[in-house]
Design a protein around this ligand. Structure first.
Ligand code: GAR
Length: 200
């Protein structure tokens, strides 16, 4: 059976995209193939990473297109490209319910904390690590989950814990969470979901 065609949606640096591309190249995602990278900003470094790896790119600029129109165009492209799995890798826009309903069970996201802690509206990127440090928890981590209409509320696919250390800044903590958790569990979870989708 054919591999699941994957689109990765990004807004910024794209280190998670890179982890997925590397895993794909290393044969660690045998049931899926990254065929498209979509960014909502033309300056997203993720686009450079996609270009380097020869993956098709598309930009739907947040600053130029209102959300509804942007989502419509993204959904149309995903359908056109025969995408079977949509992967949110640092995509900083919450998708509308109508978008999510177009791809039931076929959208996954990575969140830089242990859901249900430190998630929901306004909890993204460095804000998450700032909140973790402000609360003084000793353990944080990352979560890969299915995307449903509820922000960060879908079923959990994978989680990994990471220690918070004395003297951490949001930046040092973010780096540790990425290195020890996100870049490890994300490719594994994506393969797990592709394998399941192929069997459906
Ligand atoms: C990652 O830490 C990702 O978990 C987080 O943004 C960062 C993107 O980095 N995503 C969210 O906060 C979504 N709520 P990257 O562009 O280098 O992958």
């Amino acid at each position: 059976m054919k591999k699941i065609r994957i689109a990765v949606l990004c807004s910024g640096g794209g280190t998670n995209l890179q982890a997925l591309l590397n895993a794909g190249e290393a044969g660690l995602i045998p049931d899926g193939e990254i065929v498209l990278v979509v960014a909502d900003s033309p300056s997203a470094h993720a686009l450079v990473r996609a270009e380097r790896q020869g993956v098709k790119r598309a930009v739907f600029d947040k600053k130029k297109l209102p959300r509804a129109e942007r989502e419509e165009k993204i959904a149309a492209l995903l359908k056109e490209e025969g995408i079977g799995l949509v992967v949110l890798a640092g995509f900083m826009t919450v998708l509308s319910a109508s978008f999510v309903r177009k791809f039931p069970g076929r959208i996954v996201n990575i969140h830089p904390a242990l859901i249900p802690s430190f998630c929901g509206m306004g909890m993204y990127g460095l804000h998450v690590h700032e909140a973790v440090l402000a609360r003084g928890v000793k353990v944080t981590g990352a979560t890969v989950h299915y995307v449903t209409e509820e922000c960060d509320g879908g079923p959990i696919i994978a989680q990994r814990a990471v220690e918070v250390r004395e003297g951490d800044t949001p930046e040092t903590l973010q780096k540790r969470v990425m290195r020890e958790a996100e870049w490890v569990i994300f490719p594994e979870a994506v393969e797990q979901v592709c394998k399941k989708l192929k069997g459906d």
